[in-house]
Design a protein around this ligand. Structure first.
Ligand SMILES: *[C@@H]1O[C@H](CO)[C@@H](O)[C@H](O)[C@H]1NC(C)=O
Ligand SMILES: *[C@@H]1O[C@H](CO)[C@@H](O)[C@H](O)[C@H]1NC(C)=O
Ligand SMILES: *[C@@H]1O[C@H](CO)[C@@H](O)[C@H](O)[C@H]1NC(C)=O
Length: 335
């Protein structure tokens, strides 16, 4: 009780900031303190005006996280590297913006009738999944979904796991409806790799996270695509079949505000849409399972290892959650 009343006193107008519109914004010492801890953890430095602007956004994000975590949900939220950004800012820097041509009305994937296991995790089956990478502020998620999948299918076929180049896809895959930091799709990137006769390694063509001119040279080619396989639109069972029997797969879905702060648990949303015109993020499904009766996908993201479950997240499976079954695909490696 004593602790609580002390906190309450501290909460009273410990810091007051008059904004340019001369409206008064009030922050508690606790909020300022948390913000400063967060700033030092994520290496942020701001000018004075910017400091209070970011503190306000941070506080709104933090309140949203606390409200969510106090409720009854299948997933929790936490502060992360995006906590000083509004969702609009986040979307502009990290997500695909224009509607993508994501609609394989009839995909080439043929499901088997065999029963599949209750859970699969390609990270545990062998050395088939590379460490989580970080796309930075560039709408290049599609290149990470692409390299992640080609890295895995190649390792499954050859026993050799190598890191592949996202930057080559950012710089060179425009002829297949990809747009560098402004977006693209894994299926279109596999087409590019197929017709380009190869993709470089990460070291051969390193990531800068900026649009630049294509520097590919045939000597750099290290991984190859024989063919591209789409999974028919909204055939989530086909996705399970592919992950159970073959390999991890690329998919795309709609990221909404509640996803930005995901920490752990099975992500499930009533905010996101389930149609292909809304997808704005591409990722890699490396497995699936079930927790307390809720089936989920195990997904590798490209926002670094401090986000989510060491860079991964779980998302509800079997409902086309956020349109995740709208456009999934994988390449057949040429080895
Ligand atoms: C796969 O789907 C994409 C759209 O996401 C389409 O452009 C491409 O032609 C399809 N490829 C095949 C082999 O069906
Ligand atoms: C979708 O496809 C059309 C026709 O090929 C193309 O003009 C358009 O740029 C594509 N959209 C995107 C976002 O790539
Ligand atoms: C999308 O969601 C709506 C409303 O929940 C549902 O009726 C519809 O069947 C879903 N469509 C797809 C393609 O999953």
């Amino acid at each position: 009780m004593a602790m609580k009343s002390t906190a309450a006193i501290v909460l009273i107008l410990a810091a007051v900031h008059f904004s340019q519109q001369s409206s008064i914004t009030v922050y508690s010492a606790e909020e300022e303190f948390e913000f400063k801890l967060w700033m030092s953890k994520y290496d942020r430095v701001y000018g004075l005006e910017e400091h209070y602007h970011r503190l306000q956004i941070f506080t709104e994000n933090k309140n949203r996280i606390d409200r969510h975590n106090a409720g009854n949900h299948k997933f929790t939220m936490a502060l992360n590297q995006f906590s000083d950004m509004t969702f609009a800012e986040f979307r502009k820097s990290f997500l695909l913006t224009e509607p993508q041509n994501c609609s394989a009305t009839k995909g080439g994937h043929v499901s088997s009738n065999e029963p599949y296991p209750d859970s699969v995790d390609w990270r545990k089956k062998g050395n088939y999944v590379t460490p989580v990478k970080n796309q930075g502020p560039c709408g290049s998620c599609w290149t990470f979904s692409t390299t992640g999948c080609l890295e895995s299918v190649t390792a499954i076929a050859t026993g050799k796991l190598m890191l592949l180049s996202e930057q080559q896809l950012v710089d060179c895959a425009q002829a297949f409806n990809n747009h560098g930091c402004n977006g693209g799709l894994p299926s279109q990137a596999y087409e590019y790799i197929k017709y380009n006769d190869g993709l470089a390694t990460e070291d051969g063509y390193p990531y800068t996270g900026r649009d630049s001119t294509c520097k590919f040279h045939p000597d750099l080619a290290a991984a190859f695509v024989k063919d591209v396989v789409n999974i028919t639109k909204y055939d989530e069972k086909g996705m399970v079949d592919a992950v159970a029997r073959l390999n991890p797969i690329s998919f795309a879905y709609e990221v909404t505000e509640d996803f930005m702060n995901y920490k752990d648990g099975v992500y499930s949303s009533t905010v996101c849409k389930n149609t292909t015109d809304k997808v704005n993020h591409a990722v890699l499904a490396v497995g699936y399972g079930e927790e307390n009766g809720t089936p989920y996908w195990i997904v590798k993201n490209s926002w670094g290892t401090t986000w989510g479950i060491e860079g991964y997240f779980l998302i509800e499976r079997g409902k086309n959650m956020c349109g995740l079954a709208g456009c999934s695909s994988y390449p057949l490696p040429l080895v």
